[in-house]
Design a protein around this ligand. Structure first.
Ligand SMILES: [Cu+2]
Length: 285
């Protein structure tokens, strides 16, 4: 695709189109309110309404998935064996780390599937954010009440504190990436590889330091980050420096004063915290 700017049209004229039908341009949605979470919650609540169009009435409309219908029957072969896999979408809003079932991709890389089976995949969002979940290499049926006309998709938005169920036929081979399409979430750990069992037999998982590390690329290791804030004033300086990864925080904080104090005063704190899960941590400092 080239990146040339779209052709200029006269004021009010519609841009070029491939179809000769009456156009129904969507209005521009208002900018999101970045300072409150209500919009996320409203969307989740509107979705519980009986009216499938309810979420379209919000200032920033959601994905009206219940209105989506395939143009033909998308049912999967009834004779194939079926298996249900439930994955919880997990994370920690304050530390901003994300995972499936409380484990990052580096901690638990694979979901093993078998060619010829139908996977019913239940995605349960335990967090207060939307996660658009994407599976490579397969189209899945989004099961939201449309039966044989369930739409085929490869990405599904899962609103906060709700669940979505999709199903697909495992009709490929080898390894397929599965991840949140907010790429920062993916990189912090909300990803897996759907691995066909045959691949598992020919190249079983190795310790993360071995050849396995290469096949998972940058996802073989948890990412770590350094962040901090500091101020320097005429009378004092204070600041904070943190190194973190999904399980650990190492923090250094300081306060130094030198004006209107008898001698220079200072305080330095060092703190180490290990997170077993978002609700349980151990610390020393
Ligand atoms: Cu996400």
């Amino acid at each position: 695709m080239n990146s040339a700017p779209p052709p200029k049209t006269a004021a009010g004229a519609s841009p070029p189109s491939l179809v000769k039908a009456k156009k129904h341009p969507a209005s521009d949605p208002p900018k999101p309110n970045l300072y409150q979470m209500d919009e996320m919650l409203n969307l989740a609540l509107e979705e519980k309404e009986d009216d499938p169009r309810a979420s379209l009435n919000l200032p920033r409309p959601g994905s009206p998935y219940r209105l989506l219908k395939a143009v033909k029957d998308t049912s999967l072969p009834a004779k194939l064996p079926r298996r249900k896999i439930t994955l919880h979408l997990t994370g920690d809003m304050s530390r901003y780390v994300w995972s499936f079932d409380g484990k990052t991709m580096a901690e638990q890389p694979y979901v093993i599937i078998k060619k010829g089976e139908i996977i019913e995949l239940e995605l349960v969002n335990d967090t207060m954010m939307h996660h658009p979940i994407h599976l490579h290499g397969h189209f899945f049926r989004l099961l939201m009440g449309n039966g044989s006309r369930s739409p085929l998709k490869h990405t599904v938005d899962v609103p906060p504190m709700t669940k979505r169920t999709v199903e697909f036929e495992a009709n490929e081979a080898r390894d397929w990436m599965f991840h949140c399409h907010i790429l920062y979430h993916m990189m912090s750990g909300m990803a897996r590889v759907f691995r066909y069992e045959d691949e598992e037999k020919t190249s079983p998982p190795q310790p993360l330091a071995g050849p396995h590390a290469t096949s998972l690329g940058e996802h073989a290791h948890d990412m770590s980050y350094i962040w901090g804030a500091a101020s320097l004033q005429s009378n004092m300086s204070e600041g904070l420096l943190t190194w973190m990864n999904p399980r650990n925080d190492l923090q250094l904080a300081w306060e130094v004063g030198w004006q209107d104090v008898e001698d220079s005063q200072y305080e330095i704190d060092a703190l180490y915290q290990h997170y077993f899960n978002p609700n349980f941590q151990a610390f020393a400092g």
